[in-house]
Design a protein around this ligand. Sequence first.
Ligand code: FES
Length: 153
Amino acid sequence: MKIEDDPLLGIGQVAQRSGVKASALRFYESLGLIESVRGEGSHRRYHRSALRRIAFVVFAQRIGFTLEEIAEQLRKLPTRHVPTGRDWERMSRVWKERLDQRMAELQRLSSSLDQCIGCGCLSMRSCALYNAGDRCGQNGAGARRWLGDPMED
Ligand code: FES
């Protein structure tokens, strides 16, 4: 579909349908995540296809991606026509690797909240076994197990 054939919606309609406040939509627009068309009286109007971009922004943020990271991905979508399934697929190939990484991190976070994570605190009973004397700290800063270091004993 050509972009000019994509129906336009007012900011209130987009806010209502997307569940994102108008102020946040204006912020997204200032970051280049979505674009508006200025109509009569310079009111912002958005192509209906913006709803999909907004949904992507909301969910990508929800799983921890920064707005800069999201903008970088969205810049890969075409602007001269309404992004097709193929366009989204092309974009998501690059994105998928990062999603897999993020899912692995979330899995580690979820499965080890009550265990030693190799952060150097030595405050859990299991630290004496899994991070005696903070040996994990030899590998660098941070919670080494959440960063992907293997569990050793
Ligand atoms: S939980 Fe912090 S070093 Fe074990």
